[in-house]
Design a protein around this ligand. Structure first.
Ligand code: RIB
Ligand code: CA
Length: 316
């Protein structure tokens, strides 16, 4: 299956979020997938760092031939929120070069050149994907599917600062544009992703497994859990385990039977106000329900996912 991965990659920067890195690793570990392009986007980390770290990780995983094209530096209508790479990241990884071009244009070009063939796996804010559709709206009809890690659909987070999910909160307008584009969209949100968790024990086993990626990934996981523990002292689980949000979006393609899916009409609050990024999920029960524009994951077989995920990662 031909894949473009759009990611806010942070794995490899000290103490940073790791799940984008595990998602890329899982894509490369499962020969169901043929990853032909990685595009970077502002999100977990600035886009410059995310670009370097994507190239670095592809090299580490033995796939330096997969091109990385740099994407949006800021949300779609907020260019003032662009950030640059921290000096230490640039010093360590700044020698990595992106392939020429811009992510949105390269996504549009490839999707239009192969109608119905390419699946976009979007595991960061949807800025690049929305921009690709804005450049050429027929992208929405030409893409095989857009599988998104984003949103929370059957509740909300009860967090005042960010009541929705991070990727949609960062660029709610982009999420809205993708949802309204008519593209076939599959949504894997916090309702399911927070249930699949990598623990310190998993990380230690990975690190001791004698494989170079496992050793690296295990160390990154411990550093990330240490940081979560420090930043959330009131939450004992924070330092013990972390959600594998983005890898679950990958498994949603290779192992869709591990999740429960419902059709829905999904929209998102996009104003720069208190509800920014909150998804409105109509489960189509009403007589006047709008047509479905997405398929939403509502439950996951945690054990089966963890077995699939850990086995594949251990083989790298
Ligand atoms: O809310 C989860 C998402 O934001 C994931 O894509 C993860 O990488 C995070 O930062
Ligand atoms: Ca991500």
């Amino acid at each position: 299956m031909r894949i473009i991965l759009d990611t806010d990659m942070a794995m490899g920067a000290p103490g940073s979020e790791i799940d984008d890195g595990f998602a890329l690793a899982l894509l490369l570990a499962d020969d169901t997938f043929d990853v032909e392009l990685v595009t970077s986007v502002n999100g977990n980390i600035d886009v410059e760092s995310g670009t370097y770290l994507s190239v670095e990780l592809l090299e580490r995983l033995g796939r330096p031939e997969i091109p990385v094209v740099r994407g949006a530096a800021a949300p779609i209508v907020e260019p003032d929120r662009a950030r640059s790479a921290p000096e230490e990241v640039r010093a360590r990884f700044g020698h990595h070069k992106a392939a020429p071009g811009f992510a949105a244009a390269e996504i549009a070009r490839r999707v239009l050149a192969s109608p119905g063939e390419i699946t976009i796996v979007a595991i960061g804010p949807l800025t690049n994907v929305a921009a690709a559709i804005a450049l050429e709206p027929t992208v929405a009809g030409a893409v095989k599917e857009i599988v998104v890690m984003g949103g929370v659909f059957l509740g909300h987070t009860n967090v005042r600062r960010m009541p929705g999910e991070f990727n949609w909160w960062v660029d709610a307008l982009a999420a809205r544009a993708v949802l309204r584009s008519g593209a076939p969209v599959r949504l894997v949100g916090l309702d399911v992703t927070t249930k699949v968790r990598l623990t310190r024990e998993h990380a230690a086993t990975m690190a001791a497994g004698g494989r170079p990626f496992g050793e690296f990934a295990g160390e990154c996981t411990i550093a990330w859990l240490d940081r979560l523990g420090r930043e959330h002292p009131g939450d004992p689980e924070a330092g013990r385990s972390c959600a594998m949000h983005d890898p679950l979006a990958v498994a949603a393609i290779s192992r869709p039977e591990l999740l429960t899916w419902v059709p829905a009409h999904v929209d998102v609050v996009a104003a720069d106000e208190v509800g920014r990024g909150v998804a409105i999920t109509d489960l189509l029960a009403g007589h006047d329900a709008p047509p479905a524009n997405a398929t939403v994951a509502t439950a996951v077989d945690v054990q089966a996912f963890m077995t699939y995920f850990l086995d594949r990662i251990a083989a790298l």
